[in-house]
Design a protein around this ligand. Structure first.
Ligand code: GDP
Ligand code: MG
Length: 163
């Protein structure tokens, strides 16, 4: 099923000048960029993005650190479209902890930090990317970061040659 998902290049990715390198990975896989912009999120947007769900899953400590991390600099918000894109994007991004994220994934190739190191240093683990976790999350997160007018429908070569 063709669907859309949200990717954020977090402040660490932007500050490390990895925007182009990371976007290339998604484009190489044939995912279509249907929306993209740089935003310096404020606290209100951060609270709406990292909702209570994070507290339930990861605890208050992690949510507090994440809320601080997300507003530390601009992020690049990207809406990607493709077949089962939520799942495919998370495969390309890799698992949450860079230390254990497999090589070949973005988190595994461009970072190596562990949960323990980040916790001991009182920070959210800087793992370069946010990617929606499931279809419902993708729909609500896209609504938070993009208006309908900012998302575009067009054909890429993949639409005519591959899919
Ligand atoms: P994701 O979907 O893979 O990004 O993971 P989650 O949605 O569960 O967590 C959101 C973000 O919180 C992660 O991307 C990390 O930046 C951060 N994070 C998650 N778990 C931990 C943790 O145990 N310690 C620290 N310091 N940060 C964490
Ligand atoms: Mg998540």
């Amino acid at each position: 099923m063709i669907e859309r998902t949200l990717v954020l290049l977090k402040p660490d990715a932007v500050k490390r000048c990895l925007i182009g390198t990371i976007i290339t990975r998604f484009e190489n896989a044939g995912l279509k960029i249907v929306g993209m912009k740089m935003i310096w999120a404020d606290n209100e947007r951060a609270l709406k993005h990292y909702t209570e769900d994070i507290t339930i899953r990861r605890g208050q400590f992690v949510r507090d650190k994440l809320l601080k991390f997300l507003v530390e600099g601009p992020v690049v918000a990207i809406c990607l479209e493709g077949i089962d894109s939520v799942e495919v994007v998370r495969k390309i991004v890799g698992s949450t902890e860079p230390k254990t994220a497999p090589p070949g994934t973005i988190r595994g190739d461009f970072a190596h930090m562990s949960y323990t190191y980040a916790d001991n240093n009182n920070r959210a683990i800087p793992n370069l990317i946010h990617a929606s976790g499931n279809r419902e999350e993708a729909i609500s997160e896209l609504g938070l970061w993009f208006s309908d007018k900012e998302l575009h429908s067009y054909n890429t070569v993949h639409d005519s040659q591959v899919i």
